[in-house]
Structures are given as C-alpha cells and as structure tokens.
Design a protein around this ligand. Structure first.
Ligand code: NAD
Ligand code: UDP
Ligand code: UDP
Length: 316
C-alpha cells in the first residue's frame, strides 16, 4: 500500500513509519520540520519505498495514496503555544486539506486527535461518550479546540462526502526520540535527572496522567486504521500516576540524589486524566502491554545515548 504520514518526522510519526516500512509499505512523509527532524528517519532516507517531502499541511498538495495517517501538529504545550494561531491553522486548514486529498483519491483517513478534547474532565475515567470540559479562550484552546474542529471536519467529510475516516483520541504518550527541549513531563524529568538538575514538578504534583509507551500506541493506530471501527476511540494506558509519583519514580531510576523543585501550575492544566479503553479492547482487541517502568527504562537509555549523564557516582 501507498501510505501518507503527515508529521512523520516527529516523535510518534517516525515510530509509525518504522513499523510501516518494516511491513513493506511505500511511505510518503510530509513534514515542515517544526518539531520533527530528519534524524528520526535516517534509516529510511535512501530506501526506494520511502519519500520525504518538506511541506506545510496548511498548503494544499496533490498526491496519490491509499491511506493517510494525519499526525501533523505540535503536541507539547510549549511548542503549540509558541505560535497559537499557527497551531489552529495546522489543525483546521491542515486537516481540511488532508481530508480534501482523501476525498479526491478515495484514501482512508486517520486523524490523530487527543485526550485534550476532554479538556479538564469532570468525569473519570474518560470514555468516548463524554463531551468534555474545554475552555474556548484559554492558552490551551488553540490545541484543544483545534483538535475538536479537526474531529468535526472528519465526521462531516464522512457524512457529506463518504470519506472513509478513523479517529483516535491519543492520551499522553512517551518513549525514545522525544525532544530534550520538548517541555513535556517525561522528557523534562528524565533530562533534568540525567543532568543532575532539580526535577520540576508543577503545582503540588497531585494532578494525574496516564502514560502510554509509543510502541503500544503505534500498534493501536495501525489496528484502528486497518479495522472497520471508525471511532472515536481512546488510545492510552489506563495506569494512572500523580506527577509527583512519576517524578519520584524517575528520581529512583536515574538519580536518587536529584532534588524535586515545585513550580507554579500552568493555567488550565487538567487535574486528572485516565482513558477508559473499553472501546479499544472491544473493537480493536487492543490494550497496552508495556508497563511504565519498562517504558521509562528504554526512554532513559535513549536520552542517555543522546545527552549523556552527569549523575554523580553513588558512594559504595
Ligand atoms: P511531534 O511534535 O513530535 O510531531 C508532530 C510533527 O508534525 C512534527 O514532525 C512537526 O514538525 C510536524 N508538523 C507540525 N506542524 C506541521 C505543519 N503545519 N505541516 C507539516 N508538518 C507539521 O508530536 P507527536 O507527539 O509525535 O504527536 C503527533 C500527533 O499525535 C499530533 O497530532 C498530536 O496532536 C497527537 N497526539 C500526541 C500525544 C502525545 O502524547 N505525544 C497525545 C495526544 C495526541
Ligand atoms: N486539497 C488538497 N489536495 C487534494 C485535494 C484537495 O490539498 O488532492 C485541498 C483543497 O485545496 C481544499 C481542501 O483540500 O483547500 C478541501 O478540498 P475539497 O475538495 O473538499 O473542497 P474545495 O476544494 O471544493 O473547497
Ligand atoms: N509537568 C510538570 N513538570 C514539567 C512538565 C510538566 O509537573 O516539567 C506537569 C504538567 O503541569 C501537567 C503534567 O505534568 O500537569 C503533564 O504535562 P505535559 O505537558 O507532559 O502533558 P499534558 O499537560 O499536555 O498532558
């Protein structure tokens, strides 16, 4: 199959491309390299079945493909808040263009949506029926509301033009290739621990998140794309941790002498987040397999390979 991956030079996209290429597909990657890097795709650059195009999805493009994984959009608050108007354009105009492309060539279209469509949830855990509690005018809105419009567009193209869609609501995902300056909690804490700097916990650290290892997530995306269920479907790991627990786990694993430093909680930071994955289990026969400790070990090893370690040696 000929498969388009937008945002394929990024964290999740590059892991997805590794899987698609190793299954023998032809892959076209579109990326504007805002948060993505060519180095994530080095092993495929010379491969005859792989094509990398520097392109911004807010501009139209004509391609002939069978499937489209639409991932292009910065995912970390630090990056999506840097140019919020651009984030909205990417989610709205970018998704419109990719749906227009899907319609023209009759391709199946998968949207990488997000748990952020639930905002700061009033129900726990979050199932797909929950409509969310989103601030339309806050600093996260460019991303949250942008993704909500992207979902609306996908469903309207489906109803109005018969575009074959799939919608995944992805919960916090982590793993190798996260950027060291990504600003997300796992990468921040691991990098700080390796550099022997204090681990920054925002607020009192009692807010929770549920962390999914990237290979599990990619498996879920591929099952969704190749099955009959259009979604929306939550893809995430239901094991929930407070941010303080996460910091302490990383401290123990990397650098027991690192301190924890409390910093102000950002505006509109969701208090709790945990996916109800009943739909994914039922319709995709999918659930995560990699526990947090194992995923963190692999992530820490990857960061250590890239940035080294300044952890002081412990006395015997
Ligand atoms: P990422 O920032 O590593 O990857 C996004 C990629 O999209 C980058 O390569 C970036 O250069 C590219 N991009 C951004 N704007 C673009 C544009 N206008 N045109 C072309 N390319 C553009 O993020 P990620 O973690 O790999 O996330 C991938 C997708 O998954 C995003 O859509 C994100 O919203 C979604 N998602 C991720 C998470 C997570 O925890 N990582 C959670 C929920 C949803
Ligand atoms: N589009 C694209 N590539 C294509 C087909 C469409 O980028 O192969 C863009 C097109 O430029 C438009 C958007 O997708 O901005 C929506 O296309 P659609 O055909 O649904 O709407 P229309 O072009 O009629 O406004
Ligand atoms: N966070 C933190 N320290 C950091 C970065 C993030 O305590 O150095 C917190 C953040 O306030 C949030 C949680 O960790 O409560 C997850 O943040 P992230 O940006 O990774 O993801 P999101 O908020 O989008 O789920």
């Amino acid at each position: 199959m000929r498969i388009l991956v937008t945002g394929g030079a990024g964290f999740i996209g590059s892991h997805l491309i590794d899987r698609l290429m190793s299954e023998g597909h032809e892959v076209v990657c579109l990326d504007n390299f805002y948060t993505g890097h060519k180095r994530n795709l080095l092993q495929w650059l010379d491969h005859p079945y792989f094509e990398l195009i520097r392109h911004d999805v807010t501009e139209p493009i004509r391609l002939e493909v069978d499937q489209i994984y639409h991932l292009a959009c910065p995912a970390s608050p630090v990056h999506y808040q840097f140019n919020p108007v651009k984030t909205i354009k990417t989610n709205v105009i970018g998704t419109l263009n990719m749906l227009g492309l899907a319609k023209r060539v009759n391709a199946r279209f998968l949207l990488a949506s997000t748990s952020e469509v639930y905002g700061d949830p009033e129900v726990h855990p979050q199932s797909e029926e929950y409509r969310g509690s989103v601030n339309p005018i806050g600093i996260r809105s460019c991303y949250d509301e942008g993704k909500r419009v992207a979902e609306t567009l996908a469903f309207d193209y489906h109803r109005q033009n018969d575009v074959d869609i799939r919608v995944a609501r992805i919960f916090n995902t982590y793993g190798p290739r996260m950027l060291e300056n990504d600003g997300r909690v796992v990468s921040n804490l691991v990098v700080q621990a390796l550099r022997n700097k204090p681990l920054t916990v925002y607020g009192d650290g009692s807010q929770t998140r549920s962390f999914c290892y990237v290979s599990d997530l990619v498996e879920g995306l591929m099952r969704l794309m190749n099955g009959d269920f259009i979604g929306p479907v939550n893809l995430g790991n239901p094991d929930e941790y407070t941010i303080l627990q996460l910091a302490q786990t990383i401290q123990t694993m990397v650098n027991p002498s690192a301190n924890v430093k409390f910093e102000p909680l950002p505006q509109d930071d969701p208090r709790r987040r945990k996916p109800d994955i009943t739909r994914a289990k039922t319709h995709l026969d999918w659930q995560p397999t990699i526990p947090l400790n194992e995923g963190l070990e692999r992530t820490i090893a990857d960061f250590q390979g890239r940035i080294g370690s300044q952890v002081p040696t412990q006395p015997e």
